[in-house]
Ligand binder design. Structure first.
Ligand code: ZN
Length: 374
């Protein structure tokens, strides 16, 4: 009896030992794994890699981390993840992800259309739209108007992509009496300081100076790079700075309307609309679209007080540039102090605005505001 008991005990011990071994192997096996992000979705045409799907990799490596994901069309996609455990085993995971389109199309249009009573015009004539999906999207007009009745009609261009992202842009149809000149898209106004303003084809000039701020926008089709005047003046200024041992270079020059759409939308996504409006212009309201503006060197508050920033603030007017958003003028310009943002206005006006080192802004000088109208 006693011997039998001993034998049993030995058997149980061996069994326990193997169970333990099995448990250890099981635990090790289980602890080597990859953890995926929950609900992975990537934007259409975004450059994304297998890496972007992973949240965590435990005891092993993903061999195809750098593999690009297919984001060329909308919908559910599958990709194989090749995983090598620390013990050298290879595992393959089939993973699905969603390609989504959250971006609205961009409509190119004129803010004001003018015609004479009884004379019908095609409201879609110079209108086009582009979408990140690269599919053709069409624009239609929303609102009521009557070519046989004098008046200003507020209408909308509307454009939707296949994912339901909608763009909606307001424009004005002016039906006049036919006596006023309808061929030139021009209107005039006088500023609070007595300067004459002209709006020509959607572009505002005050006393001959092009104005872009939160009150005066540019048409989406405006601009195609820095103007020759701006580039030439910059090169002169750069050479002068170099003689003083300073290196000044353009970090961000001309930006298209479309580029500003992307930038602004990203900032709104990150910081909210209210915050984004203090440092980034809405599309059409960016001075960078004018071709007369650029940011130099470091586009951040770190640039403030550097020898380059101080030199520019004291000397840029000699080359026709102004410090566009001076310190302490946020309530007037609508933008916080930007030591790196310069605007070409010509030497005469720049010298007036330099004001012996106490910078005036364009809004103060001309007597205009800078406020979004909605
Ligand atoms: Zn800028």
């Amino acid at each position: 009896m006693k011997r039998k008991k001993k034998k049993m005990k030995k058997k149980v011990k061996i069994l326990l030992f193997f169970l333990l071994l099995l448990l250890i192997v099981f635990l090790l096996w289980n602890s080597t794994k990859i953890v995926l992000k929950k609900e992975v979705s990537v934007s259409l045409n975004e450059e994304a890699k297998v890496e972007n799907l992973l949240k965590n990799v435990r005891r092993g490596t993903v061999l195809n981390k750098e593999e690009a994901l297919d984001t060329s069309t909308i919908g559910e996609k599958e990709v194989k993840i090749l995983f090598k455990t620390f013990l050298g085993f290879q595992k393959t995971y089939k993973v699905t992800y969603q390609v989504v389109d959250n971006e609205s199309p961009v409509i190119h249009f004129q803010k004001t259309l003018t015609t004479a009573i009884g004379k019908e015009i095609d409201l879609l004539k110079d209108v086009s739209a582009s979408d990140n999906s690269r599919e053709t999207v069409s624009v239609f007009v929303e609102g009521e108007y009557d070519f046989n009745k004098i008046g200003d009609y507020t209408l909308y261009y509307v454009c939707k992509d296949r994912s339901g992202n909608e763009a909606r842009e307001e424009f004005i149809l002016k039906v006049g009496d036919g006596n006023t000149s309808i061929s030139s898209n021009e209107s005039t106004f006088t500023t609070s300081k007595g300067f004459e303003g002209v709006v020509k084809d959607g572009v505002t000039y005050i006393d001959g100076t092009l104005i872009v701020n939160k009150s005066y926008s540019l048409p989406s089709t405006f601009g195609n790079g820095l103007t020759t005047e701006t580039t030439n003046a910059f090169n002169k200024m750069k050479s002068a700075a170099l003689l003083d041992g300073l290196n000044i270079y353009i970090a961000s020059g001309w930006r298209s309307y479309d580029r500003q759409v992307t930038l602004y939308n990203n900032y709104v996504k990150r910081d909210g609309k209210e915050a984004a409006d203090t440092y980034s212009a809405r599309p059409g309201y960016s001075e960078h679209q004018s071709g007369l503006t650029f940011d130099v060197n470091e586009v951040s508050d770190k640039f403030i007080g550097t020898p380059e920033a101080n030199w520019l603030s004291e000397n840029c007017y000699k080359y026709g540039f102004i410090l566009r958003y001076p310190n302490g003028k946020q309530d007037i310009t609508g933008f916080k102090y930007e030591a790196w943002h310069f605007r070409y206005v010509g030497v005469d006006l720049a010298t007036k605005l330099y004001n012996n080192g106490d910078w005036l802004c364009l809004e103060e000088y001309f007597g205009i505001d800078s406020v979004y109208k909605d």
